[in-house]
Design a protein around this ligand. Structure first.
Ligand SMILES: [Zn+2]
Length: 67
């Protein structure tokens, strides 16, 4: 698998949208290629941040309502 192909599949890989065969290929490439591994970590971090930001926004909103 080429870097270009692997990177296109990293996002669906994180979202668990790939089949077993594709997942295995992406995993093999990402963990064997430092550039793609970095890319993978960045996307993972971004997805996590977006999700946690959404979560804390609602926490701020509900605590504002309480005060
Ligand atoms: Zn690569």
């Amino acid at each position: 698998m080429k870097c270009k192909e692997a990177r296109k599949l990293i996002s669906p890989y994180i979202d668990n949208e790939l089949n077993q065969g594709e997942k295995a290929l992406v995993k093999k490439h990402v963990f064997g290629c430092s550039k793609c591994h970095y890319h993978y970590l960045m996307i993972k971090k971004t997805v996590f941040l977006v999700r946690s930001t959404r979560g804390s926004v609602s926490i701020i909103y509900s605590s504002t309502q309480l005060n």
